[in-house]
Design a binder for this molecule. Structure first.
Ligand SMILES: [Zn+2]
Length: 168
């Protein structure tokens, strides 16, 4: 079990773009395991969080790992093929912000994503609503983009404790 350090807002590590995964080997499996261990540890510590992207633990290869209520999804080299024009407002946060504040931003309601699994087999899947906004967030990480980059107004930042009172 390896819980890795999560790089935080302000770190240049989060701004570096990730490369395509070319080798579906043991090294990739070990990186996926680290992502999983780090996600589980964060969920335990902070009581929140659904997914993690590889640059957050300093790996600049395109990997996104999701796990919520025993549903898991691993996406290698995810690429958004289509985004719906229809958007919705979401309160977003990030492990890299310690989930200490939330920001109101817009995301597409539906996306179509192409990705590979751990064996390198390609899949195309559609996501809507909460999973759509989540995977837009995670795939952004692979391009060095953070949720705060989508802020339209600096009035749309609130502390977690306020968010919990108002929206939970
Ligand atoms: Zn994030």
């Amino acid at each position: 079990m390896t819980v890795k350090k999560i790089y935080k807002l302000g770190s240049k590590v989060l701004r570096k773009k990730s490369e395509q995964v070319e080798n579906f080997d043991e090294e990739l499996k070990s990186k996926v395991k680290d992502l999983k261990d780090t996600l589980f540890n964060f969920q335990k510590e902070y009581g929140i969080g659904r997914a993690i992207a590889s640059p957050q633990i300093g790996y600049h290869q395109k990997i996104v790992y999701f796990n919520k209520d025993d549903n898991e999804l691993l996406m290698i080299n995810p690429k958004i093929l289509e985004k719906s024009e229809e958007k919705f407002e979401v309160w977003d946060s990030c492990f890299s912000f310690n989930v200490s504040f939330f920001i109101k931003i817009e995301r597409s309601k539906k996306i179509k994503v192409k990705y590979q699994d751990i064996e390198g087999i390609a899949h195309v899947q559609e996501f809507k609503d909460d999973l759509s906004e989540l995977f837009q967030h995670e795939i952004d990480h692979l391009h060095g983009i953070l949720a705060t980059d989508h802020l339209k107004s600096n009035k749309d930042i609130i502390l977690r404790e306020v968010w919990e009172k108002k929206y939970q």
